[in-house]
Design a protein around this ligand. Structure first.
Ligand SMILES: [Zn+2]
Length: 119
């Protein structure tokens, strides 16, 4: 039974569970898949680290009120955060590692630092 190697595009024959023409093609395929996974994780990590650094820059004293636009201007991405925290009074905070924020009404965002709200 003839098949096409997904790595090099060559036709090959062999056992039906054989996916690649050769060991180098199999290794190359898996190496590339792993490299792509790592690149994806790295890009997410970079976004999270950047978000955290924007929060730290805008919040040097551990608590601050800033406009949403100021964060966005610095490349902050609201869709990326490391964890959520809900206070006893039911207020939801998002965190990027040790820096957190709460989106308030209108244009304002309250910035906090982790130790103040989480043991
Ligand atoms: Zn091949």
């Amino acid at each position: 039974m003839k098949r096409i190697c997904p790595e090099c595009g060559e036709e090959f024959t062999g056992r039906s569970d054989k996916k690649f023409c050769s060991a180098p093609c199999r290794a190359g395929h898996h190496n590339r898949a792993r490299a792509e996974e790592q690149a994806f994780q790295r890009s997410i990590n970079n976004i999270l680290r950047h978000n955290r650094n924007v929060l730290a820059e805008l919040n040097p004293d551990g608590k601050a009120n800033v406009r949403r636009d100021r964060m966005i201007d610095r490349g902050f991405k609201f869709r990326y955060f490391t964890n959520e925290y809900t206070s006893r009074s039911g207020i939801l905070y998002h965190f990027c590692y040790d820096y957190g924020y709460r989106v308030e009404e209108g244009e304002w965002v309250l910035l906090i630092k982790r130790k103040e709200y989480v043991e």
